[in-house]
Structure formats: C-alpha cells, structure tokens
Design a protein around this ligand. Structure first.
Ligand SMILES: C[S@@+](CC[C@H](N)C(=O)[O-])C[C@H]1O[C@@H](n2cnc3c(N)ncnc32)[C@H](O)[C@@H]1O
Length: 253
C-alpha cells in the first residue's frame, strides 16, 4: 500500500486548513526567528526539506540565500512554483523523497519546519533522512528542525478538534496516542459542500531527548533544543520542539 504522505489527495484536501493566508505569511517571521537562533548560518546555500508551498524557501531566497526546495508532493511543488513566481525569485524546486535526497557538502543551512519529519513507519527511514541531511551540509552547516514533540502533545492533547477554512469547508480531527506513546494516529475528515473525505495517518512523536539522540546517531556534533523558533527554552511552556543541530559543532565556524 502506498504510504499516506505520498497521497496528494490528502495534501490537496487539507490545504485550505493547513495553509490559509495567515500561515503562508507567518513563514517570513519564522525564518527571521530561525536565523536568530545561536549557531545558524546567516548566508550561503539553503535546503528547505519538505518545503510545501515554499513559504520558508521564499523568505530565505529574499534574504540572499541560494535555495533548493525539496518536496515529494507534486501538488505542493506546484503551489511553491506559483508562489516563487509571484515573489519573482529564483529557487530550485526538486521533487524527491527526503529518504533519497542527498547532495554531499552542498548546503550551509537546512530547514525542516512545521512537522515535516516523523512520517515514516520504519525507524531506519528516519535515521536515513537525518544522515542525508548531515551529509548534505557543509562543514560549518546546521539544521533547524521544528516538530510537535511528545512533551508538547502531552500538555495540550485534544482528542477531537474542528476547524473551518476560509472557503467554508470544515475539518474534523480525531487523535489518539498509540504504540506506547511513540506515534499519534490521526483521522481527518474534510467536509466540503456535500463531499466528505476521511484520511487516516500517523506521525511519530519524539521527546526532546529522543530527537537529540537520533540526531547525534546521524552524526551531528551538537544539538540545541528550544521551545519555539523564537528561541524560548524547551521547558513546560514550550509550544514546539525546535532543534539546531550543527554538523561539526560550533567550533567548526
Ligand atoms: C506539514 S507540511 C510542511 C511544509 C513546509 N515545511 C511548511 O512549513 O510550509 C510537510 C511537507 O512534507 C512533505 N513530505 C512528506 N513526506 C515527504 C517525503 N518523504 N519526502 C519529501 N517531502 C515530504 C509534504 O508533501 C509536505 O509538503
């Protein structure tokens, strides 16, 4: 069976909920914040891995980075292409699976934002992805990753939620913690007019410590944890789990 994240009908159906205008616009501030985190390269070449509609890639390119934006979804890449054209920027858009995409020593900065990591059933695929990122970074390069972590979920878990999109369609979400707190399973039902579609998928959730250990296993020399892209501490008030992982530690700079 095809893996859930390779199904473009899911990304297309949830797009109005996942990427309303305010979320697209927030990409600019998120990149500005990410670039303020300690140890994050300020120029050079950047990889936006799991780029979606390209909001972070565009914010990086507008700051002078040479940007490569990678995504598996043809639907998202088409959105990214339109947004890049609108911004009148040059960004390399690549359709690839992050388990396979690797360019040795090519990037100063890699971004993986808005929970674009943790989708694979096989733990070896997650490690492979992080090893690809590590090998693709230049010597002084760093990864900024942002996910919803185990600690954050435990504090504000809601078994059901609903959300209305600007176009009037509604998304009902049901969540459960499964596999001994290793994954969150999701049932998302999109009601658009008389059309009802349900999607089932699950995402791996890491604790801060688990993600740090995995990054170290993948070869990263230093890993700093934050509770948000704004650099707040990874404590009880953390909104997200944000990591800055440096390929060779800060001394490489
Ligand atoms: C939650 S979205 C986030 C998009 C983007 N980072 C943002 O914040 O706007 C996750 C993205 O990862 C992409 N993706 C999922 N699995 C992937 C894979 N195996 N390889 C590459 N991209 C993948 C999806 O198509 C989607 O665009």
């Amino acid at each position: 069976m095809a893996e859930w994240f390779a199904d473009d009908s899911l990304w297309e159906a949830i797009y109005p909920f996942e990427f309303p205008d305010a979320v697209i616009a927030a990409g600019e501030t998120q990149v500005a914040n990410a670039l303020r985190l300690r140890g994050v390269p300020q120029s050079g070449s950047a990889l936006d891995l799991g780029c979606g509609p390209g909001r972070h890639a565009i914010a990086l390119a507008s700051r002078g980075f040479a940007v490569t934006a990678v995504d598996l979804s043809a639907f998202h890449l088409e959105k990214a292409k339109q947004n890049v054209a609108k911004a009148r920027l040059a960004i390399e858009l690549v359709q690839a699976d992050m388990r396979a995409f690797m360019r040795p020593e090519s990037f100063d900065l890699t971004l993986s934002l808005f929970t674009s990591f943790g989708y694979f059933d096989d733990a070896a695929d997650a490690l492979q992805t992080l090893q690809n990122i590590h090998r693709s970074l230049r010597q002084a390069g760093a990864l900024v990753m942002d996910v919803l972590s185990k600690e954050c979920l435990a504090r504000r878990f809601q078994p059901t939620t609903s959300q209305k999109a600007p176009d009037g369609s509604v998304l009902f979400q049901r969540h459960a913690i499964v596999d001994d707190w290793t994954r969150v399973s999701n049932e998302w039902t999109v009601v658009a007019g008389s059309r009802v579609r349900t999607f089932d998928f699950s995402v791996r959730v890491y604790s801060g410590r688990e993600l740090r250990d995995l990054l170290v296993r993948a070869g990263f020399a230093s890993v700093e944890l934050y509770g948000g892209l704004d650099g707040r501490p990874y404590d009880l008030e953390a909104e997200r789990l944000v990591v800055v992982a440096s390929k060779h530690g800060r001394d490489a700079r």
